[in-house]
Design a protein around this ligand. Sequence first.
Ligand SMILES: C[S@@+](CC[C@H](N)C(=O)[O-])C[C@H]1O[C@@H](n2cnc3c(N)ncnc32)[C@H](O)[C@@H]1O
Length: 246
Amino acid sequence: MLNWGTTPPGTSNEKQASRWVRQMFSDIAPKYDLLNHLLSFNIDRGWRKALLKRLRDVLAKPEARILDLCCGTGDVLLDLQKTAKSRVIGADFCHPMLVTAAEKAAARGFRAPLVEGDAMELPLADDSLDAISVAFGFRNLVNYGGALREFRRVLKPGGTLAILEFSHPPGVLMRTAYGLYSGVILPGVGGLISGSREAYRYLPESVGKFPTAEVLREMMTAAGFENAGFELLTGGIAALHSGVKN
Ligand SMILES: C[S@@+](CC[C@H](N)C(=O)[O-])C[C@H]1O[C@@H](n2cnc3c(N)ncnc32)[C@H](O)[C@@H]1O
C-alpha cells in the first residue's frame, strides 16, 4: 500500500506523474464538461447530489469553511456554494480547468474563491477546514496515503473528508457492462471529441488500478480518519467515501 498512487503511461516517479496529469487535464479542459455529462449519461449529477447530502450538516453552519479540492470546472463547487451557508473555496492545480470554473461561477452570479495549488501540498494552515470534498480527483493523485495525511493535516479535529470516486462494481453483470463501456466506448467517444485518445485511455485505466472501496477505507483509517466508510453508487460504478479527523 506504500506509495500507492496514479501511474500514467511513460512516467516513473511522482513528479513526472503529477506533470502528466496536469498536462492531460489542461488538454481536455475545453471539452471536459461536455464529455463528462455525455459519457456519464448525466448519472454523475446524482452522485454529486449524494456528496452534498453527506456534507449537509457542515454546509448548514455559517462559520464553517469547506474546500472543494480538485474542483476542476467547478460543478461540485458551484452546487456547494448554492446550498451552503458556509464559506466554500475551490482548489485545483490545472489552470485551464480553474478558468472555466471562474467563468461558470460568474455566469451564475457567484464569485468562487479559487486557489491554484497541488492537493499533495496544500497552501493551507493546519487545522483550518471543517470539510474537504474531492469528486473524481483523488484517483489522479500521485500518492494516496500522502494525500490522505495532507487532507488530515488541514482539517480541524472533527472535520469531515468526503471522496467521490469511481470504484469496482461487485456484481458480475454490472462489472462486465461497465468494463465494456470503459474499455471501448469511453476511449472511442472521449478520444474523438476531446482530440486526446491518450487521456480517455488513461481515465478508465486509472479506474482499473484504483483501490477497491474496502482498501480505500483501510487507507483512510490508517491515515487517522475515524468512522471511515463508503456507500456504493449505481451498483458500485462509483463510491462515496467519508471519514472524520480524529
Ligand atoms: C476528473 S476531474 C474532476 C473535476 C471535478 N471535481 C468534477 O467532479 O467534475 C479531476 C481534477 O483533479 C485535478 N487534479 C488532479 N491532480 C491534482 C492535484 N495533485 N492537485 C490539484 N488538483 C488535481 C485535475 O486538474 C482535474 O481538474
